[in-house]
Design a binder for this molecule. Sequence first.
Ligand SMILES: Cc1cc2nc3c(=O)[nH]c(=O)nc-3n(C[C@H](O)[C@H](O)[C@H](O)COP(=O)(O)OP(=O)(O)OC[C@H]3O[C@@H](n4cnc5c(N)ncnc54)[C@H](O)[C@@H]3O)c2cc1C
Length: 374
Amino acid sequence: MEVRPENYDIIILGAGINGCGIAAELSRRNQRVLILERSAIGSGTSSKSSRLIHGGLRYLETAKFGLVREALHDRQELLKLYPGLVQIKPFYLPVYKSSPRPAWMIGLGLKLYDLLSGKYSEFKSQRIHRDEFSSFAASLLQDGLKATFRYFDGKTDDLELTRTVAGEAHKSGCVIHEHIKITAITNQTTAYQVATNRGIFTSPALINATGPWIDEVNQRYGFPTNYHIRKISGIHIVIDGLLTPDLMFMQTGNKRIFFIIPEPEYKRTIIGTTEREETALCDEVTYDDADIEYLLENINKYLTTDHQLTVNDVKDVWIGIRPLIAHKDNPTDLSREYALDLQRNGNTQLLHVFGGKLTTFLSLARKVADLLKM
Ligand SMILES: Cc1cc2nc3c(=O)[nH]c(=O)nc-3n(C[C@H](O)[C@H](O)[C@H](O)COP(=O)(O)OP(=O)(O)OC[C@H]3O[C@@H](n4cnc5c(N)ncnc54)[C@H](O)[C@@H]3O)c2cc1C
């Protein structure tokens, strides 16, 4: 018996925060949307992040003002939309004698961050007194401390946020198939046809929202594209208990940064992250002892003797891959911003989502819907 295809207005590959965010936006605009996810909702990068809903203070250093402003705007909207899931928290940024950036530069950067928050900046950054910091950050060294700043940013549970957005899409009529196996995707000039182990699906528009897998998917199905990604992995380690009561933004000697992220609800602390370029296929990317050592070595430089951490304190580790965009004509110019690459062919539209932080999924989804004129 011939299998009858199911028809949709749009098919989205990938149920990470971006695929789910786009699905929710398009479903609200009365489009018939199908998401095909090869694993579980949020199982990719969207559950391996630092869980921060932030403008990205460090992107100011590379003058990514547009990215920071948009993310700060989205942060504000997410705080309002998901009050139980996204919360504003104080972050502390201690500057030591050995810190690669001087205190005046950090202070200036934070003022700019406040400014870019615009009318949303109800929480201004400030320099705090040494005694105030030492009263609650007992695990951190006070020797060599030159200044401490407090600023505010958002914290979430990335997987829960992704599942919630997927739930909203579903409520608005979106169909989501998890753990599906795609066997072929063909462009039939009036529609894409996606053959799977659960039937055949067609739609005139296809969105590739497969995060770091995007190049592998494009290669497998021969999709045309203007961009490629460079894969930069990052690990987080988890230790029992609260190392500090609040979030800390720390600097390494070589100008990298890492966060100490206490999660009182789980009585644990997350520390991350690392950055390493990966050339292996996404599914083969793993962490090694050197990644864990890197984080331990850097955090121990700031911890008092009583609080030094060893590998035995590490209770869990996870690794995620950031898809940084490289234009095919200039592959060394990497960007943390996102790019929407629309390929039109006859009556069909293929849209690739390159990059896109957890924080910016709302504006990304709206831009996708506008671009597709839906
Ligand atoms: C270490 C690290 C820390 C980060 N910290 C932050 C942070 O604090 N704040 C922030 O805003 N952002 C952060 N990010 C960025 C953010 O996590 C990602 O940009 C975001 O989660 C990407 O979402 P996505 O939906 O594009 O991709 P993903 O979440 O990876 O989703 C892609 C989905 O596609 C599926 N898929 C793959 N191949 C196929 C296929 N052939 N068919 C069907 N489905 C397929 C995958 O299973 C996956 O579920 C961080 C990233 C990393 C790596």
